[in-house]
Design a protein around this ligand. Structure first.
Ligand code: GDP
Length: 208
């Protein structure tokens, strides 16, 4: 699948202010600086669609982009504000948690969340905790291990496996996962095809 057009629509402070839920929606989430904006720009092939490296914690908004892909589908790509940053206050952190929790649990057209994890790091507690939270909410998600070009393939594979092994301690079924690099354009085709297949599933389900 290729993206033909990507257009910024709106930034919303809460799930109930988001655009009408009339298209399948895919949200990207991760700790600040994990490479979320770079990944979104790589997927859409537009250099400055999502802003890279905005001040951690400053953008607490749900950003919607409308995508048209070459299979004639229209869908929403959502850039969610990052988590796990040290500089924000307790109050800001709580409001972030509430916004994200409401969005994830109540946004009815949300098909899947892509949770981004830095492939350079060994499993981080905040990431594992968040995965467990998503699983408890029964919210479909896939993992995206970013910046894989910054270390050797062997080291990134070790970190990915360590992360999945930790999840295995709690969960029987492991989530789908992707390894990406925006520098080497790795993982782009895989993620876009994954979205394409989910779009087809959604279409078939709503047609019934
Ligand atoms: P965000 O805060 O999660 O949106 O992160 P950004 O997309 O702004 O990326 C943070 C920094 O990591 C920037 O300097 C990017 O250029 C860099 N970066 C992001 N993805 C990659 C990648 O796949 N490879 C490399 N080498 N650098 C990356």
């Amino acid at each position: 699948m290729e993206i033909i057009a990507a257009k910024y629509i709106i930034s919303s402070p809460s799930y109930d202010k988001c655009p009408k839920p009339d298209k399948p929606e895919y949200a990207f989430l991760g700790r600040s600086n994990v490479g979320k904006s770079s990944l979104i720009n790589m997927l859409c092939n537009i250099h400055k669609l999502a802003k890279t490296s905005s001040t951690p914690g400053k953008t607490q908004l749900i950003n919607h982009f409308e995508i048209i892909s070459d299979d004639k589908q229209r869908w929403y790509l959502v850039d969610l504000p990052g988590y796990g940053f040290a500089k924000v206050s307790y109050k800001d952190r709580r409001s972030w948690e509430k916004m994200i929790q409401d969005y994830i649990r109540k946004r009815e057209n949300l098909v899947t969340i892509f949770l981004l994890i830095d492939s350079r790091l060994s499993p981080q507690k905040s990431d594992i905790d968040f995965v467990n939270q998503l699983a408890e909410w029964k919210s479909p998600f896939a993992l995206v291990f970013t910046k894989s070009d910054k270390i050797t393939q062997r080291d990134s594979a070790r970190n990915v496996n360590a992360f999945l092994n930790q999840l295995k301690e709690t969960w029987e079924e492991l989530p789908d996962h992707f390894v990406t690099s925006t520098v080497k354009k790795l993982g782009r085709k895989e993620i876009l095809n994954y979205i394409k297949e989910l779009n087809m599933l959604v279409k078939n389900n709503t047609a019934k």
